[in-house]
Structure formats: C-alpha cells, structure tokens
Design a binder for this molecule. Structure first.
Ligand code: NAD
Length: 254
C-alpha cells in the first residue's frame, strides 16, 4: 500500500531498464517520486509510466562523461532538480581468475561499475549542491564486503563502490547530501542468471553454494532491494549516511 514516502522528489535511477533498477523505479514512482531512468538500453526497452514505470527516460552511457553531463543537465532543465540518485547500473565482468582476465575486460568492468558511479555522482551532486541537499544510493553487492574465487574483479569493483560511498558521505555531509551503499545478495535477474547459466559443473556448483550459504534458503527478488533503496531515498533515513545496507537473506551473517 503506497503512502507517498518519497512524494514530490525527483529520482534518477541508472540501469533502470530491467532487473533491480526497474523495480526501484516502479516502487519510487508508486511512492510519489518523479522517476527518470538513465540507461544504455533503447527507449523501447524501458517500462512505461502506464505500466507503473518511470515518468521519463534518458539514454545514457554511464561510462561516458559527455553523455552523463548532458543527460543530468537536461533532467534538471526538465524536472527542476535531482533529489535522489540511484547508481544501480552494473555489469558482472569476466568469470575468470585474475591471471586470465584481459585488459579490455578489466577496463569495461571498472568503467561501468566504478567510473560510472563516480561520473553520475559528480554530475548529480553539482545540482544537489546548488539546491541544498539530496540522497545518493550506490548499488554495491555482498561481493563488495567479502571475497570469493569466481569473479574476483567484480568483488574489487564493488569494494571500490563501498569505499567511494563512505568518502563521499564524509565529503558532502555538511551539504545535506547523504551517500549510502546497498549490498544485495543473490537476486533473481538477468545479471545473476548469467553467472549461473552456463552448463559447466562450476556454474551449477556456484549456484548451489550461493543457496547453501543463504540462511533463509532462497534467492531474493528485485523488490527486496527496492524497499531498502526506498528507505534511503526517503527522509525517514535523514540521519543515515555512509552506511552499508545489506539485503542478503543472511549470507554475510554466517
Ligand atoms: P541487470 O543486468 O538485470 O541490469 C543492469 C542494467 O544496467 C541494464 O538495464 C543495463 O542496460 C544497464 N547498464 C549496463 N551498462 C550500462 C552503462 N554503461 N550505462 C547505462 N546503463 C548500463 O542487473 P541487475 O541484476 O538488475 O543488477 C543491478 C545492480 O545490482 C548492478 O550494479 C549489480 O552489480 C548489482 N547487484 C546485483 C545482484 C544480483 O544478484 N542480481 C547482486 C548484487 C548486486
């Protein structure tokens, strides 16, 4: 039952075309926000407001500063301000040990998952400083909290997102800009399916290990993550900055 928890706010959700980002967009819109999706995907792949989706959309490559700057300036010109930025766009990167990863794979992973968070923060915060506040929510992962053997560089990238969050929280606290990270466990989306979909025994073992290590005994849904983001986007969390919101069915508790 929606009750306007982010009523009147303008929220930008990167990677909001599908998966966790699409659900964040839907929930923030249902709770009263004007949601703008910023995604690499073409307009035809974006949920419409008639489907409970975002009010607006900008095609953005988060790795490209000119694209991010133009989109964020245009969003402010159209909607007046940015109150909430959800840095959700991300890719898993290569499923390989570090010594087998090639430079292009490393560069793409860090361009999307780390540089993209920095660039979108940079161009949203410019406007938040002018307006006097805001909430930035960075999508890290449980893999930004603990290590693991299968996708080592993803752990490194999500660890960087966690620390960027804390440093930015300290930097902008006196400007009323809060910065927090969210750390999902295994959530049913295209990204997580791609990690366990290949027919190798390692992939099946990985999927089983994820489940075995999740005390609640099942994977989460995009909605489980969206409710955490909703709290951090709303004024209910006005004293919360630099924190790590772990939403993982207990994975990191054991
Ligand atoms: P997904 O692959 O379903 O969706 C990712 C979205 O990001 C897509 O819409 C894609 O078009 C967009 N995107 C990718 N590169 C982009 C770019 N350069 N510029 C703009 N948009 C771009 O992924 P998901 O599972 O919904 O994951 C969302 C976030 O949550 C990611 O940051 C991911 O690392 C994180 N996460 C996911 C899980 C999980 O189990 N699914 C667990 C922990 C963390």
């Amino acid at each position: 039952m929606a009750s306007g928890r982010v009523q009147g706010k303008v929220a930008v959700v990167t990677g909001g075309a599908r998966g966790i980002g699409a659900e964040i967009g839907r929930l923030l819109a249902a709770e009263g926000a004007t949601v703008v999706v910023a995604d690499l995907a073409p307009a035809k792949d974006i949920p419409t407001s008639a489907e409970g989706g975002p009010a607006d959309y900008r095609r953005v490559d988060v790795t490209d500063e000119a694209s991010v700057r133009a989109a964020f300036d245009d969003i402010v010109a159209t909607h007046g301000r940015i109150d909430v930025l959800v840095n959700n766009a991300g890719v898993p990167g290569p499923i390989k040990p570090s010594h087998e990863v090639v430079e292009e794979e490393y560069d793409l992973l860090f361009a999307v998952d780390v540089k993209g968070v920095w660039l979108c923060t940079k161009h949203a915060v410019r406007h938040m400083l002018e307006r006097g506040g805001g909430s930035v929510i960075n999508m890290s992962s449980i893999y930004g909290l603990v290590g693991g053997a299968r996708i080592p560089l993803y752990h490194a990238a999500k660890g960087a997102v966690r620390m960027m969050t804390k440093a930015d929280a300290a930097t902008y606290a006196t400007s009323d800009i809060r910065v927090n990270s969210v750390h999902p466990g295994s959530i049913e989306t295209q990204l997580s399916t791609s990690l366990s979909a290949d027919p190798s025994p390692e992939a099946a073992a990985y999927a089983q290990r994820m489940l075995d290590n999740t005390p609640v005994g099942h994977r989460g849904t995009p909605e489980d993550i969206a409710y955490g983001v909703l709290y951090l986007a709303s004024d209910e969390s006005r004293f919360v900055t630099g924190t790590e919101l772990v939403v993982d069915g207990g994975y990191t508790a054991v």
